[in-house]
Ligand binder design. Structure first.
Ligand SMILES: O=C(O)CCC(=O)C(=O)O
Length: 266
């Protein structure tokens, strides 16, 4: 993988299926160093707060997924990663030249009891007007099926938003069983990109090793959110290109910023 972004064939696959795996975007040694950074961070956080993020509808399984939002505020290694041109070139192939950060989240599914993610679309958690939002999952170690790899319903991004009424906005398992979704096994260094309308989830980690990932959620900066929700720290940072909407009076008002001229000083 170079910093050239997706090939024409990869883009056609993405447009058709709503996801694409970029194999070997990071070499094994870089993935290994990031894995260590993620586990070190988790080891520090666990003393201060509950970092289990298992979803409401699977609490009964007694499984666990360790998590941290906005990891770039905890380690510069992650800050460098999210602006790495090898990565942002792929995001730009999908979104367009201007790629804006929504949020990041690290997940560690521990051995034997790593929590599954129920099938869902990301849309209900942070709906946007033009649906430019995508996610990318960096794999810092291998994620075969038995380690709870991510799974997709190919082409489901074309269905548009699906109404949900579960407590965690996941889709009903009777209609959308995880086992029926297409598994997307990955190796350390692979990155999976997918649309926020693509139905996805992942299984239990029943293996003897952890599954460590970093999810980066991104959008076109000119695609406005439909409601003020999930406004996490660091949101709005540009990962590639520029934010053409940032200099309108309206945007400045919304962000609480006052133009220097209006404030009467520089
Ligand atoms: O990492 C995974 O297995 C899935 C994560 C996910 O679907 C999410 O956070 O929305």
């Amino acid at each position: 993988m170079t910093s050239a972004g997706l090939t024409g064939e990869q883009k056609r696959f993405y447009d058709e299926n709503g996801y694409i795996v970029c194999r070997g975007l990071l070499p094994a040694d870089e993935a290994k160093a990031l894995r260590r950074e993620a586990h070190d961070l988790s080891g520090r956080l666990v003393h201060f707060r509950n970092i289990n993020a298992a979803w409401a509808t699977i609490q009964h399984t007694k499984t666990v997924v360790q998590h941290c939002h906005d990891v770039q505020f905890y380690s510069a290694m992650f800050s460098r990663l999210i602006v790495d041109p090898r990565f942002t070139a792929v995001a730009a192939s999908i979104i367009g030249p201007n790629v804006q950060l929504h949020h990041t989240k690290m997940f560690i599914k521990p051995p034997e009891k790593g929590a599954p993610f129920p099938m869902h679309q990301d849309y209900p958690y942070f709906p946007h007007q033009r649906n430019t939002m995508i996610a990318a999952i960096f794999h810092f170690d291998d994620a075969p099926v038995e380690r709870g790899c991510v799974r997709f319903v190919p082409g489901s991004h074309k269905l548009g938003p699906i109404a949900v009424s579960t407590p965690d906005s996941s889709l009903p398992p009777e209609q959308y069983p995880i086992e029926k979704a297409v598994p997307c096994p990955a190796q350390a260094g692979d990155v999976v990109f997918f649309n926020y309308l693509t139905i996805h989830g992942s299984g239990i980690n029943a293996s003897a090793e952890a599954r460590t990932t970093l999810l980066v959620q991104m959008r076109d900066p000119t695609d406005p959110p439909l409601k003020r929700t999930h406004e996490s720290r660091g949101q709005g940072m540009m990962l590639a290109g520029i934010d053409p909407s940032c200099c309108t009076t309206k945007t400045l008002e919304l962000s609480g910023e006052v133009p220097a001229t209006a404030a009467g000083k520089m």
